[in-house]
Unconditional design. Structure first.
Length: 122
């Protein structure tokens, strides 16, 4: 709706901004001074998977340099060292991330989920 001029600002993922910019929309990327949030996509092989060998083959390919190079064409950062993200996005190393206390979050997971669900699953 921001690109249609209905809103002056919008919140989105960096790859959405990048794709809109490439399409010629007049958008700008602003990251919070306090730090950007963490966002992670992951794959996993579940114990007891019916097609374990095929899943392992897929996962091995998905973390290869070739595959992460393709992801890096639109994703700000990938986990394969030495594969840079798109030129129109800031380098992952240059982005200030919001401070996180991962051990505290892990120890308080149940309470965090209760509070979150209380706010958003009404």
């Amino acid at each position: 709706m921001t690109t249609a001029g209905e809103y002056a600002a919008g919140a989105s993922f960096a790859f959405v901004y990048s794709s809109l910019k490439k399409k010629g929309f007049q958008v700008g990327l602003i990251l919070p001074e306090e730090g950007a949030g963490f966002e992670l996509e992951a794959n996993a092989l579940l114990k007891g998977a019916k097609y374990e060998a095929a899943a392992k083959k897929f996962l091995d390919g998905d973390i290869s340099k070739k595959a992460t190079g393709e992801y890096a064409k639109f994703k700000l950062g990938v986990t394969y060292l030495g594969v840079a993200g798109p030129k129109d996005l800031p380098a992952l190393e240059s982005i200030k991330l919001a401070p996180m206390d991962f051990p505290w979050q892990s120890n308080n997971r149940t309470k965090i989920l209760e509070v979150w669900q209380g706010h958003f699953l009404r």
